[in-house]
Design a protein around this ligand. Structure first.
Ligand SMILES: *[C@@H]1O[C@H](CO)[C@@H](O)[C@H](O)[C@H]1NC(C)=O
Ligand SMILES: *[C@@H]1O[C@H](CO)[C@@H](O)[C@H](O)[C@H]1NC(C)=O
Ligand SMILES: *[C@@H]1O[C@H](CO)[C@@H](O)[C@H](O)[C@H]1NC(C)=O
Ligand SMILES: *[C@@H]1O[C@H](CO)[C@@H](O)[C@H](O)[C@H]1NC(C)=O
Ligand SMILES: *[C@@H]1O[C@H](CO)[C@@H](O)[C@H](O)[C@H]1NC(C)=O
Ligand SMILES: *[C@@H]1O[C@H](CO)[C@@H](O)[C@H](O)[C@H]1NC(C)=O
Ligand SMILES: *[C@@H]1O[C@H](CO)[C@@H](O)[C@H](O)[C@H]1NC(C)=O
Ligand SMILES: *[C@@H]1O[C@H](CO)[C@@H](O)[C@H](O)[C@H]1NC(C)=O
Length: 337
């Protein structure tokens, strides 16, 4: 009769928590720990019915046997403080839980007073199985020495199944670095919790491509579309060496095609290939402050006063007299050339 009850409890425990995760289980919840305790208590004392209550915050992991996914475990051993039944005194026990098909269950017979050597000790993670006796260093079955680097974990049922890093999808990687699983330029170190992370850096103007194999050129022409008024953007070199081809727009090259061309005078820029017609004066007045021009026939750009229609004497502020002695250049232009 009692044996049947035990079975019934075991079956219901297994059924309630039947998720289908083959990779191991996330750390158990308090409810899962309590459920795992039930059959362990039954087996330790047939005469009682139990309703264990684990004290929140009392759980100390003694062994964490890695599952094949990040933050999942095939087995844990733990110390917990609990009351077997509400009227019972608090009890401290160490026991062992196993993950099978995504479900935690207690390992029969593993309910003991915790040895002093493991109370307060950091959890061991270099185990492929927990509880080979709980004391000292026998609280787990150790990974093969080949696994004892990097993550220092192993997974699966064999000490030689090494898990040294986690791929981007969280899967255990059994090579000494994650280059082979995730691709070149991926690294897994303690800094990033042994998760394979793209560790490629690109210089300004470039961004890491989607598979972390190289740097993609980010054109300022695509990013900022600097050329206005229908001007064509031409990128020379990253990050921001570009020019605007303002041909046919009626605007100057050097200000992103925002500065109106005032005359068809000689210019070193691309706009020469198609000299625009002289613009009507209302537009001239609206676009930029008219330069004081003593000679009405002077058409030289950026000119304050002219010798004759095509030869400037003094250029306006922000401009300089070109070596030809007749035309003016903008200061920004001078800095670029
Ligand atoms: C563990 O793997 C090794 C090497 O593959 C093998 O020789 C050994 O029998 C395995 N042990 C178990 C318990 O499966
Ligand atoms: C990582 O592994 C690859 C392939 O096994 C190897 O070519 C590379 O040298 C390794 N890199 C480091 C930093 O260990
Ligand atoms: C690494 O894991 C620890 C413990 O889970 C966590 O506190 C920390 O934030 C993680 N670091 C990174 C970079 O993910
Ligand atoms: C990425 O590479 C840099 C330079 O090699 C290194 O300093 C850094 O620690 C690496 N990051 C990780 C997570 O390994
Ligand atoms: C921009 O690129 C052009 C053409 O390659 C080059 O002549 C010029 O020196 C570059 N300018 C800068 C500031 O890098
Ligand atoms: C500038 O644009 C004009 C008109 O679209 C075109 O004919 C010319 O070839 C372009 N010049 C350059 C250097 O791209
Ligand atoms: C041209 O456009 C670029 C990008 O938007 C901007 O950084 C720059 O200041 C502009 N130049 C002028 C002279 O307006
Ligand atoms: C304008 O003046 C310059 C300098 O004095 C002279 O070289 C040029 O021939 C003159 N042009 C005209 C059209 O008078």
């Amino acid at each position: 009769m009692l044996a049947m009850m035990k079975e019934a409890v075991l079956v219901s425990v297994l059924c309630v928590l039947s998720l289908s995760v083959a990779q191991g289980c996330p750390l158990p919840t308090i409810a899962e720990i309590e459920a795992a305790l039930l059959p362990l208590l039954f087996f330790s004392d047939d005469s009682q019915e139990y309703s264990p209550n684990v004290a929140e915050g009392s759980v100390q992991y003694v062994c964490l046997a890695q599952g094949s996914m990040i933050d999942t475990y095939n087995g844990v051993s733990l110390i917990a403080t609990f009351t077997p039944n509400p009227e019972h005194p608090k009890t401290i026990r160490i026991f062992d839980m196993e993950c099978n098909s995504g479900t935690w269950s207690g390992r029969t017979g593993s309910l003991d007073p915790p040895p002093a050597s493991v109370v307060g000790a950091p959890a061991r993670t270099n185990c492929y199985r927990c509880r080979e006796g709980f004391g000292g260093d026998t609280r787990c079955r150790e990974c093969n020495s080949a696994c004892n680097s990097g993550l220092m974990r192993c997974t699966g049922s064999n000490s030689t199944d090494c898990c040294l890093s986690f791929a981007a999808n969280g899967q255990c990687v059994s090579t000494t670095n994650c280059t082979s699983s995730s691709g070149p330029n991926y690294v897994a170190t303690e800094i990033n919790n042994f998760t394979c992370t793209c560790n490629l850096t690109c210089s300004a103007g470039y961004t890491v491509n989607s598979d972390c194999t190289g740097c993609d050129f980010t054109s300022i022409c695509d990013k900022d579309t600097p050329c206005m008024n229908g001007g064509q953007c031409i990128q020379y070199s990253p990050p921001d060496n570009y020019t605007c081809n303002c041909t046919g727009t009626g605007y100057e090259e050097e200000l992103n095609c925002t500065d109106l061309i005032l005359s068809p005078s000689p210019s070193p820029s691309l706009v020469l290939s198609s000299p625009p017609a002289p613009l009507p004066s209302p537009l001239f007045g609206a676009s930029s402050p008219p330069s004081p021009s003593p000679s009405p026939i002077c058409t030289v750009r950026y000119c304050d006063s002219c010798q004759n229609s095509s030869c400037c004497k003094t250029c306006s502020s922000g401009s300089y007299l070109n070596p030809d002695g007749c035309t003016c250049g903008k200061v920004e232009k001078a800095a670029q050339i």
